[in-house]
Design a protein around this ligand. Structure first.
Ligand code: DXP
Length: 254
């Protein structure tokens, strides 16, 4: 069980809702993933225009914890405004803070992320900031009261997987709130590695929505995250420089 703020989640997979070939495919992939949390960009939702297309329309939104995100924001002010809009529309009091500092890499702006997180926490939101894999920044976000830390594995939508396992593992080791690896996951292997490192969960979108078969990939991600978590809990063996026989001969008289 994963707990973020007051939400208890059965699944450790948090899924994005954008970029699917169509809404039927999106629904099938979401169903098979068994996720509890769906994230979506508030700016793309037409939340106050029910007649406009809404990319959650095929999903039974009541079955999920909705995690609106502030994608498109570059400043704390924009992120805060977007979060308030999501709350005012009655969608949810959880928010994924995304304040982008670089158009090419979509890497987060640390200063604006901190500012937005601080303000939204004061306003009573459950705040999950998307951050770089920087240990000190992660710690500062936690000190502010962030309910989870979401370090990127690699740039959003790049599918490059985890670029710096060392940095991620430092964040995981020191955090006292859930660490959700967010962005850049390319394959089930990447998701399993994140979980084996001890992450509390994985948030991903493109790896599923842009896969040749999004439904199959959603299922693969579900199993990879479960397998990674089990492996982490089971405790892997230590790496050794030289071989140790799997069937030791000591004590056996031939
Ligand atoms: C949907 C969402 O929140 C993305 O911004 C998120 O960071 C996922 O990134 P990937 O598409 O790389 O999985």
């Amino acid at each position: 069980m994963l707990t973020i703020g007051e939400k208890n989640l059965k699944s450790r997979l948090l899924l994005g809702t954008g970029k699917y070939p169509d809404f039927d495919m999106q629904k099938k992939a979401v169903d098979v993933s068994e996720t509890d949390v769906l994230t979506f960009s508030v700016r793309r939702m037409n939340i106050f225009e029910p007649s406009h297309p809404n990319f959650l329309e095929k999903l039974d939104a009541k079955k999920y914890h909705l995690l609106p995100n502030t994608a498109g924001a570059k400043t704390a002010e924009e992120a805060i405004r977007t979060a308030r809009l999501a709350k005012a529309s009655g969608l949810c009091d959880m928010i994924k803070v995304e304040a982008i500092g670089c158009d090419k890499t979509l890497l987060p702006d640390p200063v604006e992320t901190l500012k937005a997180t601080e303000e939204l926490l004061k306003e009573g939101f459950t705040v999950l900031p998307y951050t770089s894999d920087d240990l000190v920044l992660a710690r500062k976000l936690e000190e502010l009261g962030a309910h989870a830390i979401m370090p990127g594995a690699s740039p959003i939508g790049s599918g490059q997987g985890i670029l710096n396992q060392f940095q991620l593992s430092l964040i995981i080791e020191q955090a006292n709130v859930p660490v959700i690896v967010d962005a850049g996951i390319g394959s089930p292997k990447d998701a399993a590695i994140a979980m084996e490192l001890g992450a509390s969960g994985v948030l991903l979108n493109t790896a599923v929505s842009a896969a040749d078969d999004p439904v199959k990939m959603a299922e693969a991600m579900k199993y990879a995250i479960k397998a990674g978590r089990l492996g982490y809990e089971a405790g892997r063996i230590a790496k050794k420089r030289y071989a140790t026989a799997s069937s030791p001969m000591e004590g056996i008289s031939v």
